[in-house]
Design a protein around this ligand. Structure first.
Ligand code: XMP
Length: 181
C-alpha cells in the first residue's frame, strides 16, 4: 500500500504537532463559553474519522457527538458529484454550540450544505473545523473557523482520506501514484 504513495505531503509527526495547536485553540474558545453551554461536535463521515478521534481526545470539555454521513465521490471517482446527505441529520441542536468537523475543504460544497442544514436547527453558535483546505478559490471563499493545513489543489489520501474507500488507514497524508488510480 505504501508503494502506491507518490509523495508524502504531510508526515504523521507534523499532523500530530498541528493537532496539538489546533485542539488547544478550539479548547480555549470552548472554555470561553458559559458554564451551562452545551457543546455538540458534528463530524462528517467517513473522511473525518481519524481526525475526529485524535481531536476529541485533546478536548477536555464535556461534548456530545452527532455524526452526519455525506457521499460525494461515487465509485472510483476523484471528482465530486455534489454532496448528498445519507440518513438523518441531528435535530436536537437548538441553543447548542455546534462545531462541524470535516477532513478536507475542497469545492466547499459539503461544508456549505451542512452548515445551511444545521443552521436551520437554530444552534446558539455554529462553527466549522477542517484538517485540510485546498488552495482553490471556492475553498478559500467557504467560511471555516479552524483550518489545520492549507495544501495545494491535489488529490490526497491517508489519515482518513480515501480513494475508492482505500488508504484511510495510512498514518501520513500523501498523493497517489498514477498506477494506483
Ligand atoms: P467538497 O468539494 O464538498 O469536498 O469541499 C469535501 C469532501 O470531498 C472529499 N474530498 C476528498 N477526499 N481526497 C480525498 O480523499 C481529496 O483530495 C478530496 N477532496 C475532497 C472529502 O470526503 C471531503 O469531505
Amino acid at each position: 500500500m505504501l508503494t502506491d504513495i507518490e509523495t508524502v505531503l504531510i508526515p504523521r509527526q507534523r499532523i500530530a504537532h498541528r493537532l496539538k495547536e489546533l485542539s488547544a485553540q478550539i479548547a480555549r474558545d470552548l472554555d470561553d463559553l458559559p458554564d451551562e453551554a452545551e457543546i455538540v461536535l458534528v463530524p462528517i463521515l467517513t473522511g473525518s474519522i481519524i481526525f475526529l478521534a485524535d481531536l476529541i481526545r485533546q478536548l477536555p470539555q464535556k461534548i456530545r457527538i452527532e455524526v452526519v454521513t455525506v457521499a460525494g465521490y461515487p465509485g472510483k471517482s476523484m471528482t465530486s458529484r455534489g454532496p448528498q446527505i445519507i440518513g438523518a441529520l441531528p435535530d436536537d441542536l437548538k441553543d447548542k454550540h455546534v462545531l462541524i468537523v470535516d477532513d478536507i475543504l475542497d469545492s466547499g460544497g459539503t461544508l456549505r450544505l451542512i452548515r445551511e442544514k444545521l443552521a436551520s436547527r437554530q444552534p446558539k453558535s455554529l462553527r466549522a473545523c477542517v484538517l485540510l483546505r485546498k488552495q482553490r478559490q471556492s475553498a478559500l471563499d467557504t467560511p471555516c473557523e479552524y483550518v489545520g493545513f492549507d495544501i495545494p489543489d491535489v488529490f490526497v489520501v491517508g489519515y482518513g482520506l480515501d480513494y475508492n474507500n482505500y488508504y484511510r488507514n495510512l498514518p501520513d497524508i500523501g498523493t497517489l501514484r498514477k498506477e494506483a488510480l
